[in-house]
Ligand binder design. Structure first.
Ligand code: DNO
Length: 358
């Protein structure tokens, strides 16, 4: 595995490449262009500038998260072909800059959803949390406004203001759309994009729905093992891969993450790993915690062991961290707790490799 760290670029991140490089065991950054509107082409020069900066700091630049998918593609509108063409142009530009893993999601309207961006934990740290009872009493607009107003002034990944400005229109457009329709739109997208990826040496990795259930009645199709089975069949190629986000899938306790890693890893269909821990209090009520297994509901050791067993060589990143040591930063994406998380994952990995080399 290659340990990586999500970086929002010189303009958008308070964390520097130098700080990232100083995290023990860090191989590279996971980049993205946050100021390119969804659906437009990522300019070659801008990707190259980010990749060059990372490499100059001694970090690899092979993964981007996310090239977001335009809503017209998810909705299956006639205009989707134009956005798919643009998507392929972005992939070509990314490949020219040495990118070989592209993360994306296929969640209608909202990317990840939380009801609290700074829930106090027992030790004075704060973490992201979700409580379905809270969301049940809110309108999508109220939830979006709350998330944006608690983001400490940072743009949050997947919460682009231009999309959120059109919530009413988008909800109308999804009216009556079921899971099968959405999956067929994903199939259409993959059929167009995967042959290009095969030529470019890129693995597309779809991120699970977070949380893995419908919110506000919108369809969701990346929730569990059954959904993942259907996705890998939509295009039979390692370029059509999965991003296994342990915290997203793991918030449904029926999802056995080590089993999912072993199964899809053996099929060579995992292209990216987001590893983090969560504490599930009751179905659909959870908060994020430190990465260490004993603080949450997930067995991070067994997940890393499963990755080792399947010979996983792709990127892994510590996912969301808590806010600790009075850090003020982008919710979920501060420096300190993610650095601790990376160090814990590297420690587990070293021990697993060592135990098994005798
Ligand atoms: C949240 C992230 C997601 C993820 C996208 C992938 O922190 O895990 O925004 O990047 O869903 O497309």
């Amino acid at each position: 595995m290659k340990m990586t760290f999500r970086w929002y670029g010189e303009k958008d991140d308070t964390i520097t490449l130098r700080q990232i490089k100083q995290i023990p065991g860090m191989d590279g950054v996971v980049g993205a262009l946050y100021d390119v509107p969804v659906g437009e082409v990522w300019p070659l020069e801008e990707i190259a500038a980010q990749a060059d900066a990372a490499r100059a700091a001694g970090l690899s630049y092979e993964t981007v998260e996310s090239i977001n998918v335009h809503e017209d593609i998810k909705l299956g509108l006639p205009t989707r072909d134009r956005y798919i063409e643009n998507y392929i142009k972005s992939l070509k530009n990314a490949a020219k800059c040495g990118v070989n893993v592209v993360c994306y999601n296929f969640m209608p309207i909202f990317d990840w959803t939380r009801t609290d961006l700074a829930k106090p934990l027992y030790d004075g740290s704060t973490a992201l949390a979700f409580d379905y009872h809270v969301i049940a009493g809110k309108s999508p607009r109220q939830m979006a406004d709350e998330i944006l107003s608690h983001s400490n002034g940072y743009v949050l990944p997947g919460w682009e203001p231009e999309r959120l400005g059109e919530l009413g229109r988008l909800f109308d457009a999804y009216e009556g759309m079921g899971e099968e329709d959405l999956r067929s739109n994903l199939g259409y997208f993959l059929k167009a994009v995967i042959p290009a990826c095969e030529e470019l040496g890129i693995r597309m990795t779809i991120h699970p729905d977070d949380p893995p259930r419908s919110v506000f009645g919108l369809p969701r199709i990346v929730k569990n093992e059954r959904d993942l089975d259907k996705i890998v069949k939509l295009a039979d190629s390692p370029s059509n891969s999965l991003c296994i986000c342990t915290g997203s899938l793991g918030s449904n306790r029926d999802n056995d993450i080590p089993h999912i890693v072993r199964k899809f890893g053996r099929m060579d269909r995992i292209g990216f790993m987001h590893v983090r821990n969560i504490q599930v209090h009751e179905p659909w009520v959870f908060n994020e915690v430190a990465h260490k297994s004993k603080f949450g509901s997930l067995d991070i050791y067994d997940i890393m062991r499963a990755l080792w067993e399947v010979g996983y060589e792709g990127p892994v990143r510590p996912d969301h961290g808590r806010m600790i040591w009075d850090e003020k930063g982008r919710p979920g994406y501060g420096l300190f707790d993610r650095a601790l998380g990376a160090n814990y994952l590297c420690g587990l990995w070293d021990a697993i490799c060592r135990e098994n080399s005798q």
